[in-house]
Ligand binder design. Structure first.
Ligand code: ARG
Length: 472
């Protein structure tokens, strides 16, 4: 309901400042609530002002806007940036989004010239330019944080190149490995994560500004100039694609989801490693919490939250994919829903990376506990089979069979392979000699795994050095 002067009884302004010419009435309150994005897209303020500055300078350079108007606009934008910085900018929901809030404030500050800034652009190319700039910054921030986590992992890997522990498959003890080798596995994952973000960044880095609403503009703009001013590699090629493309956001969230999954795997291992049955690692006080009722507890809450927050990031990807599915060309307002998942996912990833790096950097591995754990589970059974192949010339399948029988015997006697009397082994394969014991210790086992990418301490040291070169 509106009064004759087009103000509703709640005192809200009448027809919109930007498109009031076409409208006799202002929006309903419910319309305002569903339509306004300022509560979240205010986070684009720096990108929005940077893009407006580039656009304004280009308009002046091309003689589309007079120099004195351009100067007033740039001054006004500076003032606005200062107001936002100081927390004094009046964000107003009636101006819907960051773009119209800035323009409305500009009009208050400099008057009529403010209206010239929107020449040859639309909010459609404006918003996607802002979002691309924002995602680009987020990618760069994540890259640095991924690098920090790699650095912490490499440091621990170097310190624990010889620290033996059980390696698992199916979470069943499999073969001895070194902790350094295990940690460097994550360095590789994170390296590919950085590669995916870099690939996505290269595709993202085209400037949509100047695509206007969808069809381009009749003004003689210079899209190469605005692209360059904003650090883009080039202007985008197709104006319709430019205003409606959000696959850069999908790629960011896809790559981010894989990061989140990798972090959740590392987090899960930390949870296991500091559990009572394992005791491989002690997390620092700074990354543990106590219990309000059980005085003895040290809980790995940060690791559990990293594990849990993967759901938010994957949820953000899902939101983006479903939001875009089936949208006809070109811009549709649905796309305004791209921002909250992007912001939330980027912040979540940043929080998770910070916590993961802290946990890894501060953790204290318990080398004794890990070595003790290697005594169970017949971890060197493969070494025994390999010995039968190498020394006795057996086929691996036969060696596997014989070793299985020896393990069964050891199990019956309640002993590890290295403690099994030679006679017991000879009862199963008569040609086995005392020499076999040289391969049955966990240290000998890891030392022998010298194949490229293997767990031998010498290899782990090389791999850590190479990782420094490749990633840091
Ligand atoms: N706030 C909008 C968004 O976030 C800006 C673009 C709106 N364009 C339009 N024609 N309604 O996407």
């Amino acid at each position: 309901m509106t009064t004759p002067d087009n103000k509703d009884p709640g005192g809200n302004p009448g027809p919109n400042l930007m498109w009031g010419g076409r409208f006799a009435q202002g929006p309903a309150e419910a319309m305002r609530r569903i339509n306004a994005s300022i509560d979240f897209d205010r986070r684009l303020h720096a990108q929005d002002i940077a893009a407006s500055r580039a656009h304004c300078k280009m308009l002046v350079a091309r003689g589309i806007v007079a120099a004195h108007d351009g100067a007033a606009i740039l001054d006004g934008l500076d003032t606005i940036a200062g107001e936002i910085e100081a927390g004094e900018f009046p964000f107003r929901v009636e101006y819907e989004d960051i773009h119209m809030n800035v323009e409305a404030r500009l009009r208050e500050l400099i008057g009529e010239a403010a209206g010239r800034l929107h020449t040859a652009r639309s909010r459609n190319d404006q918003v996607v330019t802002d979002v691309r700039l924002w995602v680009r910054d987020a990618m760069d921030g994540l890259d640095g944080q991924l690098r920090d986590l790699q650095s912490a992992l490499i440091e621990q890997a170097e310190a624990h190149a010889e620290t033996v522990m059980p390696g698992f498959t199916h979470l069943q003890a499999a073969q001895p490995v070194t902790l350094g080798h295990h940690l460097l596995a994550y360095v590789e994952m994170l390296g590919r994560d950085r590669g995916r973000l870099a690939d996505a960044r290269a595709r993202l880095n085209e400037c949509p500004l100047g695509s206007a609403a969808l069809a381009g503009t009749s003004f003689p703009i210079d899209r190469a100039a605005t692209a360059k001013a904003l650090g883009f590699d080039r202007p985008s090629a197709n104006s319709m694609d430019s205003v409606s493309d959000r696959d850069f956001a999908m790629e960011f969230l896809s790559a981010g989801s894989i990061v989140a999954i990798h972090l959740s795997r590392l987090a899960e291992e930390l949870v296991l490693w500091c559990a009572a049955g394992f005791g491989y690692v002690r997390l620092s006080d700074a990354f543990s919490t106590g219990s309000s009722i059980m005085p003895q507890k040290r809980n790995p809450d940060a690791a559990e939250l990293v594990r849990g927050k993967a759901g938010r990031v994957i949820g953000a990807l899902n939101t983006m994919l479903v939001m875009m599915k089936g949208l006809p060309m070109a811009f549709c307002k649905d796309m305004q829903e791209d921002k909250e998942p992007l912001f939330d996912a980027a912040e979540t990833l940043s929080i998770c990376l910070g916590a993961s790096t802290g946990m890894i950097r501060d953790m204290t591995p318990d080398a004794e506990a890990m070595r003790a754990a290697t005594a169970a589970g017949y971890l060197t059974a493969t070494d025994l089979a390999d010995w039968l192949v190498r020394v006795l010339g057996l086929a691996f399948r036969d060696a596997h069979h014989i070793t299985g029988a020896i393990v069964r015997r050891a199990e019956a006697l309640g002993r590890d392979l290295a403690e099994l009397p030679l006679a017991e082994m000879q009862a199963i394969e008569a040609r086995i000699t005392q020499d076999v014991f040289e391969v049955l210790s966990v240290d000998a086992s890891v030392r022998s795994r010298t194949s490229l990418g293997g767990t031998a301490p010498a290899r782990v040291r090389e791999a850590a050095a190479a990782a420094r070169e490749r990633f840091l």
